[in-house]
Ligand binder design. Sequence first.
Ligand code: NAD
Length: 264
Amino acid sequence: ADGLMAGKRGLIMGLANDKSIAWGIARALSGAGAELAFSYQGEALRKRVDPLAAQLGSDIVLPCDVGDEASIDTLFAALRDRWGKLDFVVHAIGFSDKNELRGRYVDTSRGNFNLTMDISVYSFTAVMQRAEKLMTDGGSALTLTYYGAEQVMPHYNVMGVAKAALEASVKYLAEDLGKDGIRVNSISAGPIKTLAASGIGDFRYIMKWNELNAPLRRNVTIDDVGGSALYLLSDLGAGVTGENLHVDAGYHVVGMKAVDAPDV
Ligand code: NAD
């Protein structure tokens, strides 16, 4: 993939540590020659993000809380000053109160429902409002979703409802921005052990189930997601928009396993 992203500049949002899906994506993009900027939430994360950015030759590390309009404006103003334009953006951000990522969906509180939708869904639209203005030569945007949007998964609860809304917003954004050559897609990643995932009840069991039942009989890695992200964010994906690409070892195609399956 050397040179595939040469001359392209993009923003990675949602890097927390070297387990983050954003890190797998950033590594793949950087390996293909892209120039990267990073945004992080809260000063506590800065000391983790700085060295990771430096590893990929980036010194553009900027704070952004996507729950705050002014914070998003400040981030994009800084990018405009530094680069003038933007070729791609990766939105790898989600949040919900972990007390509601267990038990029953029906018990979701109004406050956490609204917060989850705000940070995990609306923020992508808010980001695209700013990114659109900098993507003057067209562009490509990517967000991260999960199968819990399509089918009921244990404990995913309000996050599943939010991801369904996020996937719908990808389609509306793709239509609105397509005439300016801006593509908008999502990757539906299989379960990966990250900071965010550790908040989900029985996550180890979900991972084990996926490993045993996915066609590839394994879980995916952040590098698997990185490779597919590179396809969608580069010109290899030039004809693809409004798509939700499952990077889940095939889990989403399985309805039921055969009784005599040797490994169940
Ligand atoms: P992670 O904890 O590494 O990343 C989540 C990021 O969201 C963190 O960097 C955090 O700082 C950021 N964030 C939360 N609230 C924010 C706010 N208000 N402003 C700015 N940033 C904020 O975990 P991850 O698993 O890499 O998550 C990345 C994305 O991938 C999320 O959308 C998640 O739902 C999605 N996803 C994860 C999995 C999985 O199994 N790990 C599977 C499918 C989809």
